[in-house]
Ligand binder design. Structure first.
Ligand code: INS
Length: 580
């Protein structure tokens, strides 16, 4: 067992640790001797703390995960739920637009060609691509929260233009502007959520982003579905106008969200960081001064910032065009390249799993597998949203227990199989579905099977992993780039799916099946497990992690800023408490 001395992270102190029952000896955390004399280390893959003392090893894990963990961290949960409204705006648009583009009043006013129809979807995606790419800079320069507020205003402006459109170009422009806001929010919400979450429930809290996206999609789809029967332009203006409500709500509510303590530390604003963290961990400011939990977490953040500054000369405080270019460049440096690829490929595989092909072209696809009738097709693509909605629930509850990697692996295997089965059925029966109704329904069943697997794996983890893998100095840019990869690939799928479908539906499914197959190997051999690892310790799970020299520097920094002493004192204090 390696005994590289490392500090324990948040949640390792007595109140939130679990004493290893198997060991007969007394826990060193409650022993009389302070921890100073002990050797301890954190295993990088699950964040477990192991303390060696007097010939015994003691294992500690984090505080509760899943539902008890969410209760335990109720304020962070409330903030994450609120921030996830950013995802709701994105999902809602997806759900709504499919219906709007087929509404009679809409088509009478603007008898759009298939190309213009495509443009309508593409405008939002291109706007979003730009929004995601630029939002990272704002997030560092201004703050995560204020950037969310600005993004909301841009989104509301775009939505109002769509709502009040008198000419087709108003609508197209409105979608581009709205897209800017949607894209910015799609990177800002996960970034903020990652930075306020305690490690033991970070996966659950971040999976809320996917929950909000699919909830939005379901709401958007069904609002559009039912508003079809409203008279005149109300049929499409109503669902387009409704989206302004969550935008306004998020903008005003964000004023009250606690700022990201990690960004504040990176900006050198320690007191504000402590106050914010205290709120997030439900401590009042005076408790926070002495609360070991808050202190350790803050010092870990400080140590990461100092390490980045001293070892690599990187900081979020740099400004100006040159610094901007330098930070973007750093994402491709030897040190961070593998993380950048994880983020970008995560979104690549998420999109090439084919989820949006099913959503955008759901009706066409379902027709190609033998079902007919407007209502049936709408119900089926609406159904995909509902399956995604239910599939994300187990992910929220269990992702921190199961880890990201196993979910990705299982997800890709099942998705690969489902696509393959559809491809075979389509190939065999596409010329005569009516004589093979059973086969048609089996294919539809496979669409749902695919969606359920996607909804528990690549769907939520796509929004989790990219925000976890980067250190603070390049996190916002890294998340920007990964999110841009989501929008770019989303756009690409929209472009090529109709072409592929025209050639052959079965080849289309084979293509997605192949992507899932590759995703299986990628998640098995390339993706590190980030579950339960504090953001400041993520470095250790990468092969390009800080080397021996940097570890020494890290150790030195930790001593300098008092992290080691603090832990020693906690050991001493907790033993006093125990014996009082
Ligand atoms: O995670 C989301 C979600 O699964 C959506 O349904 C999909 O349309 C998005 O592209 C994806 O990023």
């Amino acid at each position: 067992m390696s005994s590289q001395p490392q500090k324990p992270g948040r949640g390792y102190i007595p109140i939130s640790t679990q004493y290893n029952e198997e060991s007969s000896a007394e826990s060193p955390l409650s022993a009389n001797t302070p921890l100073r004399a002990d050797t301890y280390h954190v295993t990088p893959h699950d964040g477990t703390l192991i303390i060696h003392k007097d010939g015994h090893s003691y294992t500690y894990s984090y505080g509760p995960k899943g539902i008890p963990g969410l209760f335990h961290n109720s304020f962070a949960l409330a903030c994450a739920v609120f921030a996830s409204l950013g995802g709701l705006t994105f999902g809602y648009d997806q759900g709504v637009i499919a219906n709007v583009l087929v509404m009679p009043d809409f088509l009478q006013r603007w008898p759009i060609t298939p190309l213009q129809k495509g443009l309508m979807t593409a405008m939002l995606e291109l706007g979003a691509l730009l929004g995601a790419l630029t939002a990272g800079t704002f997030a560092d320069r201004i703050s995560r929260r204020q950037s969310i507020i600005i993004a909301c205003f841009v989104f509301c402006l775009g939505s109002s233009m769509q709502f009040g459109a008198q000419k087709l170009w108003h609508l197209i422009l409105g979608r581009a502007v709205g897209g800017l806001g949607v894209g910015a929010l799609s990177m800002l919400s996960p970034l903020y959520m990652a930075e306020i979450s305690p490690p033991e429930v970070r996966g659950s809290l971040m999976a809320l982003e996917q929950f909000a996206i699919v909830l939005g999609a379901v709401l958007g789809f069904w609002t559009g579905f039912f508003s079809r029967s409203l008279p005149g332009s109300a049929s499409w203006r109503t669902p387009l106008g409704i989206q302004i409500i969550p935008g306004i709500f998020l903008a005003f509510g964000s004023i009250f969200l606690p700022p990201s303590p990690r960004l504040l530390v990176a900006q050198g604003r320690y007191d504000e960081a402590r106050n914010s963290l205290a709120r997030l961990r439900r401590r009042n400011p005076s408790e926070a001064e002495s609360d070991p939990l808050v202190q350790i977490e803050l010092l870990e953040m400080r140590s990461e910032v100092l390490l980045m500054e001293r070892a690599f000369g990187t900081t979020v405080k740099e400004s100006g065009i040159r610094a901007e270019i330098r930070t973007w460049g750093r994402l491709f440096s030897k040190k961070y390249r593998d993380r950048t690829f994880i983020g970008v490929l995560m979104m690549f595989f998420q999109q090439w799993s084919g989820i949006n092909a099913l959503l955008y072209y759901g009706p066409t696809l379902v027709q190609s597998i033998g079902l007919q009738g407007d209502k049936v097709t709408l119900m089926v693509s609406g159904g995909i949203g509902i399956v995604q909605f239910f599939a994300v629930l187990p992910a929220i509850l269990y992702i921190d227990r199961l880890g990201r990697k196993p979910l990705l692996r299982w997800g890709s295997a099942v998705m690969c199989f489902a696509h393959l089965a559809i491809a075979v059925l389509v190939r065999l029966y596409e010329d005569d579905w009516s004589a093979h109704v059973g086969a048609a329904w089996t294919a539809v069943g496979c669409v749902y099977l695919f969606t359920a697997a996607y909804g528990t794996s690549y769907g939520p983890i796509g929004w989790i992993l990219p925000s976890e893998v980067f250190p603070i100095s390049v996190r916002s840019k890294g998340v920007s780039l990964s999110t841009a990869s989501n929008w770019f690939n989303n756009f690409l799928i929209g472009l090529v799916t109709p072409l592929m479908m025209e050639q052959s539906a079965s080849v289309t499914f084979i293509t997605f099946s192949t992507a899932c197959f590759l995703g299986y190997f990628w998640s098995t051999y390339r993706v590190p497990e980030t579950g339960n690892v504090p953001l400041e310790e993520i470095d250790a799970v990468f092969s390009s992690s800080v080397g021996a020299e940097d570890s020494e520097l890290k150790d030195q920094i930790e001593r300098e800023i008092g992290l080691h002493d603090l832990i020693a004192d906690i050991g001493a204090e907790s033993s006093l408490d125990e014996h009082e």
